[in-house]
Design a protein around this ligand. Sequence first.
Ligand code: NAP
Ligand code: F7E
Length: 330
Amino acid sequence: MKRALVTGITGQDGRHLADLLTAKGYQVFGLIRGQANPKAEMILDENPALELVDGDLRDLSSLIAAVEQVQPDEVYNLGAISFVQLSFKQAELTAEITGLGVLRMIEAVRIVGGTDNNPIRFYQASSSEMFGKVRETPQSETTPFHPRSPYGVAKVFGHYTTLNYREAYGIHASSGILFNHEGPRRGLEFVTRKITNSLARIKLGLQDEISLGNLDAARDWGYAGDYVEAMWMMLQQDVPDDYVIATGETHTIREFLDVAFRIAGYDSWEPFVKHDTRFDRPAEVDLLMGDASKAKAKLGWTPKVTFEELVRMMYESDLAIETAKMEQGR
Ligand code: NAP
Ligand code: F7E
């Protein structure tokens, strides 16, 4: 039975990856931080085969202890401050966790190492936010980076740290440059889920409007369930490498609103959406569109869920959640 250690286990991707690896017959260990993490119960209910191990990406000794305890075949480093807007307000903490956290995790892998004939394989969750003020469209593995937020800067550090450990120590370390991926498990702070959840509440008469920032930004949005498959595929290759994972389509926030409100049965979203400068960013990433042809050729990976299917899935899930809450009087 293969063993995997996943950081960021309580996050959107950690939960999807745990499900995928469990279905593939892995024993999955999730790194959990804090002394009574309120999300622990929820993820164990969701995946009872999961085992939790204490640790924090700010604490190297806790990571070494976790790797020693688990003796993993594969480590997936998904833990991060992942909300770009928060990274502007807590830049130092973002550098500490999203940036230096990668160094600590891969250093723990280097120190513990695994056996000579079964060295530990490492996955780093890199991001399309590294492209930032994009130098070319679509963006591929060879597009230069120009991050636009403390989050993007921290991810560039983590990305090059992964590459450096691969080259310097021969670690089987791969970096997935993932474009935005969403789904019903997406945090409510991100724009897609904020829209589908608010829309469900508008539909049920629980809310009148949605306050949003810049509606002109364009993103290459895919489904998280498809993207965690690519993470696993990267670690099954003989040779570690970096891969862009994306759909190759881009849509503005306006287009997301168009599709979501149409699915919910409205002619127009404009009467319900109001601009709130609190959600504008000090520096914006205007347009992301990925070229995942390397992942298709080498991993055989392609996205399955379309943009419209993704929006529908998220809206229907939020409608069910909000309806249940309403019926329970919450
Ligand atoms: P998410 O839902 O925000 O989850 C972040 C996870 O990081 C949570 O489990 C959180 O744990 C954990 N974490 C935060 N601080 C930590 C610390 N000090 N030590 C250990 N764990 C800590 O993020 P996601 O959407 O699943 O994304 C997973 C990874 O992919 C992140 O690295 C993100 O930056 C990257 N990424 C995401 C996307 C995307 O579109 N989703 C695209 C590209 C890259 P708590 O619950 O305890 O806070
Ligand atoms: O913003 C605009 C906002 O916060 C998307 C993370 O997973 O993907 C994610 O980062 C766009 C931006 O995601 C609101 O200005 C308008 O242009 O959903 P988001 P993100 O910043 O693209 C990348 C790949 C990651 O790696 C990150 O970890 O939407 N926008 N109005 C808004 N965004 C939010 N959150 N809230 C608004 O009200």
